[in-house]
Every structure is written in structure tokens, then in C-alpha cells.
Design a protein around this ligand. Structure first.
Ligand SMILES: NC(=O)c1ccc[n+]([C@@H]2O[C@H](COP(=O)([O-])OP(=O)(O)OC[C@H]3O[C@@H](n4cnc5c(N)ncnc54)[C@H](OP(=O)(O)O)[C@@H]3O)[C@@H](O)[C@H]2O)c1
Length: 347
């Protein structure tokens, strides 16, 4: 039975971790919710209506790492850089949701449905990284296509929800939408200090994270580097445009895949439908609101609008939707823990 510390428990991802632990995803002895001193003492168990016994929120500086088997970190990259190694050297397996260690060669970057062999033994660093939310749903659909006909190149445009910006992102979209509806004709305010840098309601923001000298943003860079590491294809050609959209939950992606061998749409359907955790929509198509409406929907990666180019049977289009807080963060992190428990190398 495990003692799990959920660090960043009061945030968008942390709350979902607690909810999934409450549902019994891994066998537990104890869950300690941890956040900043601002939240210390808060009764999250009562607020979220959890069945598992939960102590009030502990400030990170007051967490005794002794006896913590797993620390799931969801409190930003700076905090992970400052704390993850210390927690790992105290004996905890650290599963890190931030970008801090994803490209570190000593840290496996894991999507359990794609590269579970990375978890064959406990990493010497004691840290396992959870990929970026947009990366996870992308590689879960690309992996069976690679097995089917070999990946040659991938072009992706993302449509990313406000929950990707945490609780503050959700609050900001709701407030901004209310203000626009009250005064639709008012001048658009700049939001330089806001979570998205621009007003998001009734808008599209084609910039997630800072752009580097090439003009690509950090988010777009992650969508190139991370799939290469997870799929074990360092030469794979990928390119991305990442866009924040005024949707509360679930990221969507329009993906153009060029394969090494010709395929039919039926073969692509069958390969994706046979992959555990993927749901292929043959009639209709997945959308953020329908995917988010049920726990079953939130737990899967949804693929629709599968098209093979009539003039080029190596060119395939996909529309992929998944819940960034579950598939893209909390669920993937806890499935990593589940695999580690199954393989028996958690102390
Ligand atoms: N949102 C997503 O879709 C998503 C997906 C994949 C990965 N991630 C990653 O997951 C992490 C959390 O994202 P989020 O969306 O859940 O953010 P969030 O809603 O803003 O939550 C941030 C959490 O971090 C805690 N925190 C902040 N400063 C802290 C400190 N000094 N000590 C201890 N705890 C501190 C906050 O506690 P207080 O409430 O006490 O301030 C809160 O619990 C980020 O690294 C993000 O990149 C997010």
C-alpha cells in the first residue's frame, strides 16, 4: 500500500489526481495533499467530496519526505527543478508533470500505452517525466500508425483549452466571456498580465509560450522534441502550430501524417480501433464538450475524421480530442504509478 504525496493538489491537475486516486486507480494507504503556504490547512477532501481520508493541505516546506513512496509533482517547472531531486533522494518515486526534466537523458519520458518498457526498472534518477498534454494524445494515435505503415512526417495544429492554463486560465476565460457578453461592442482590452497574454473569450490566440529566435513557441518545440523521444524516432520530421482556443476543457488537434507505405482509410480505422484506450468515431466526430461530458470520454483519446488523400495513399488526416487534465496529465501520471506498482519496483 502506497503513500502518495500530490504536490500542487489545489491546482487544476492536482485536483484531478485526487479525484482519480479517490476512484481507486492505485492501491493506497495514504494520500497527502501538498500546495503552497497560501493553501495550508484547506480541507480539499470536503471541498471535492472525496471518500478517501485526506488530511488538510500541507505546505510543501512542512512535508516530511520520509515514507513517501510516490510524489506526483504538478506545481510548475521551477518548483520541480528546485524540489524533485531532493524528494527522489529521500526515496520517493517522483512523477513530474512539468517540463523540467522531459528532455533529460537520465529521465524517462513515459506514456504507458506507448513506451511502457521505459519503466522496466526504477530509473536511477528516481524521476519519471510526464509529457506535455498535447504530446500525449498525439503519440497515442501516432504509435499504432507507425506500426501499421511507418511514420515519415507529421504536421499538427493544436486547439488547446483554457484548462491548460490551470485554474487561473479557467477563471480568466469565464470572467472574460461574461464581460464580452455584457458589453459585446466594447473595445477589446489588452491582457498583458493575463494567463494567455491576450483576451481569450470569443478569440483565438496563436501563441502558447514564448517564441524563440526561429519564431516557433515553446509549446510548438515540445510537440517536436517530445514525440521523438517517446516514440524512439529521433529523426522523425514533425512541425506544429499551437493555438489557445476559448474552450474550457479538452485539447483538439488536426494532424496530417505522411506514412512510409500506402494505406486505406479502413486499415487506419482498424489499427486505431484495435489500440487500447483509443476511441475511433466512425459516425460523427469527437468534440471537446462531448468528450468532457463523461468519465469514460475523459479517460480516452478520441480520433475522428480519418481521411486518406485520394491522390496520395500515404497521406492521412486525423482529428484527435482528449482531456488535457486526465489523458494529458493526471491520468497519465497515475498510470505510470500503476505500471511501477505492477512491475514491483516501488518500495
Ligand atoms: N493544466 C494542464 O492541462 C496541464 C497538463 C500537463 C501538465 N501540466 C503541468 O502541471 C503543472 C500544474 O499545472 P496546473 O494547470 O494544475 O496549474 P495550477 O492550476 O495553476 O496549479 C498550480 C498548483 O501549484 C501549487 N503551487 C504553486 N506554488 C507553489 C509552491 N511554492 N509550493 C507548493 N505548491 C505550489 C499551487 O498551490 P496554491 O493553490 O497553494 O497556490 C497549485 O496547487 C504545471 O507544471 C503544468 O505545466 C498542466
Amino acid at each position: 500500500m502506497l503513500h502518495i504525496a500530490v504536490i500542487g493538489a489545489t491546482g487544476a491537475v492536482g485536483r484531478e489526481c485526487l479525484g482519480l486516486l479517490d476512484g481507486g486507480i492505485v492501491p493506497l494507504a495514504r494520500v497527502t495533499p501538498v500546495a503552497s503556504p497560501r493553501s495550508a490547512g484547506h480541507d480539499l477532501g470536503a471541498e471535492l467530496g472525496l471518500k478517501i481520508p485526506l488530511v488538510p493541505v500541507v505546505a510543501l516546506d512542512d512535508l516530511d519526505p520520509e515514507g513517501v513512496d510516490v510524489a506526483v509533482l504538478s506545481a510548475g517547472a521551477d518548483l520541480s527543478r528546485a524540489r524533485a531531486r531532493r524528494l527522489a533522494s529521500a526515496g520517493a518515486l517522483v512523477v513530474d508533470n512539468s517540463s523540467a526534466f522531459r528532455m533529460d537523458p537520465a529521465v524517462p519520458l513515459v506514456v504507458p500505452q506507448v513506451n511502457p518498457d521505459e519503466l522496466a526498472s526504477r530509473p536511477a534518477s528516481g524521476i519519471v517525466a510526464n509529457p506535455n498534454c498535447s504530446t500525449i494524445q498525439l503519440v497515442r494515435a501516432l504509435h499504432p500508425l507507425h506500426a501499421l505503415a511507418g511514420l515519415e512526417s507529421v504536421v499538427v495544429a493544436t486547439y488547446q483549452a483554457a484548462s491548460g492554463g490551470g485554474l487561473r486560465g479557467l477563471e480568466e476565460l469565464a470572467r472574460d466571456a461574461g464581460e464580452v457578453l455584457e458589453a459585446p461592442g466594447a473595445a477589446v482590452p489588452g491582457l498583458p498580465g493575463g494567463r494567455f497574454g491576450q483576451p481569450l473569450a470569443f478569440n483565438l490566440v496563436p501563441e502558447i509560450g514564448m517564441a524563440d529566435g526561429t519564431g516557433f513557441t515553446h509549446e510548438e518545440r515540445k510537440l517536436v522534441r517530445e514525440p521523438r523521444k517517446i516514440l524512439g524516432l529521433p529523426e522523425l520530421r514533425l512541425t506544429a502550430t499551437a493555438v489557445r482556443v476559448p474552450v474550457f476543457h479538452c485539447h483538439s488537434e488536426a494532424v496530417y501524417v505522411r506514412l512510409r507505405e500506402p494505406v486505406t482509410a479502413a486499415a487506419v480505422h482498424d489499427a486505431l480501433a484495435a489500440t487500447p484506450g483509443l476511441r475511433v468515431h466512425r459516425d460523427g466526430y469527437p468534440m471537446p464538450r462531448t468528450v468532457f461530458a463523461t468519465d469514460e470520454g475523459r479517460a480516452a483519446v478520441h480520433v475522428g475524421r480519418i481521411r486518406v488523400e485520394p491522390d496520395d495513399p500515404r497521406g492521412v488526416w486525423l482529428w484527435i480530442v482528449a482531456d488535457n487534465l486526465w489523458v494529458g496529465a493526471a491520468l497519465n501520471a497515475l498510470q505510470i504509478v500503476e505500471v511501477a506498482v505492477g512491475r514491483g519496483w516501488l518500495r
